[in-house]
Each structure stands twice: as C-alpha cells, then as structure tokens.
Ligand binder design. Structure first.
Ligand SMILES: [Zn+2]
Length: 229
C-alpha cells in the first residue's frame, strides 16, 4: 500500500503542508499558517486526520494546529520534544518577532529521534535534523523513499541558522549525518519551496558540501547562471 501525498502551500511564507493518505488513514505534516485551504481540502475529501506530525515549532509551521484541534479533536499532535515550549510561546516560535503572536494547543505526543511511527504498511522514522530549531526532526519512510525535511534541507539551500534557538554546526552535522546518508533517489519534501532528491542536493547544494573547492566551483556556477553566460 503506497502513500498518497498532497502538498498544500499555506500563508505568507508559503509553508508547505503535506496531507498523507495510506491504508484508509490520513496524516498531516506541518499544518502551516492561515490553514483555510487545508481545512477546505480535508472537508472536500472527507478526510479525518489521525496524526499531525510537526517537523519543528516555528509559527509558520504550527499555526494551523488550532483549527485542526477544533475540528478534529482526536487528531494526535506529535511535536519534537525540544520544541515543545514553542507551541505556547510566541517568542520561542518567533511569531512575536513579526508582531503576529501565535499560540497553539499542546502536543499529544512528544517525539524524539530514533522513534518510528507506523502508518499502515509504512514506517516513518524520526531523524534528528535539529539546528534550525532546537528540536527539529525529519520524517523518513524507507519503503516509499520519501523524507519530510521541514526547514532543515531545501532544494539548493538549508534552513536559517541565524535565528534564536538555531545553531549552524548542529544543523550542518545533522544534515550530513542523517539526511545525506539516505539513498540518492530519496525524494526530499521540504517545508518551503520545490521538492528535490538527496542525490541532487549532494551534487548541487553549496551549503552542504564539505570540500571548499567544490563549494567555490558550485558558487561560481550559480553566479554565472544568475548573471547570464
Ligand atoms: Zn522554521
């Protein structure tokens, strides 16, 4: 039984929310901010989410939880343990910094790397990709060859590490150890922007390369493309 994955882009920061369906179950990864299109989608498709997985606790990824819990009170919200306080603290989830304070209901389950969550035949492994936030995780399904990376790894970029609670060395170490070690063909579904693959990011993402010469070459290539031939 394979997983059907729908992407819904939500809010001013164009946060990617994903709706998963497998074996009669519906899960959500990151309910985003300004969740009306998500709620309309769930109603239209007659879906009742059983689990909501959070990749991390930033406001633009969690705001939709309030509506989800109001409409589907039995949905089990899984939050990375070290990001728990971000759900109730607008300063910690950074929404207060942009004068849009966000507070959402508490998590039902606190999760940590190493845990596996079963959905039908599929197992979702929780990987440590902290560093953009204190508890950031990715969710990886080996059977499907898919990983949800939140704001750790993007197509051609990585998550911000110049914000409160972030740490560049931690983020880079986790990306290299826990994401770039996945099979090259693994599909990467990030928290913003288009999808990519682990192999493409290893080859072309200048932020994750560890060889300075390769980084310089790749940056020059990008500059050439930006500036024309
Ligand atoms: Zn974030």
């Amino acid at each position: 039984m394979s997983v059907d994955i729908e992407k819904i882009v939500l809010g001013p920061l164009e946060t990617n929310c994903y709706v998963l369906r497998c074996d009669g179950q519906c899960w959500i990864v990151d309910p985003g901010i300004w969740p009306v299109p998500l709620m309309e989608h769930l109603e239209r498709e007659k879906l009742t989410p059983e689990r909501v997985l959070l990749t991390h606790g930033h406001g633009d990824h969690i705001d939709g939880l309030t509506e989800i819990k109001k409409t589907y009170p039995d949905a089990i919200v899984c939050c990375p343990k070290a990001d728990e306080e971000m759900l109730s603290d607008p300063w910690k989830n950074l929404s207060a910094m942009v004068a849009m304070p966000i507070e959402v209901p508490p998590a039902d389950e606190l999760i940590e790397p190493g845990r596996t969550l079963g959905m039908g035949d599929c197992d979702w492994q929780v990987l440590d990709t902290s560093g953009h936030s204190p508890g950031g995780v990715s969710y990886y399904c080996r059977q499907e060859g898919v990983v949800f990376t939140g704001d750790a790894l993007f197509c051609g970029s990585i998550g911000r590490h110049d914000i409160p609670g972030a740490d560049e060395a931690t983020l880079l170490g986790n990306i290299r150890r826990n994401l770039l070690s996945l099979p090259d063909e693994t599909k990467v579904l990030p928290g913003h922007g288009p999808e990519t693959t682990i192999g493409d990011e290893k080859r072309t993402n200048p932020f994750v390369m560890d060889d300075p010469k390769r980084i310089d070459r790749r940056r020059a290539e990008i500059d050439r493309n930006l500036n024309g031939p």
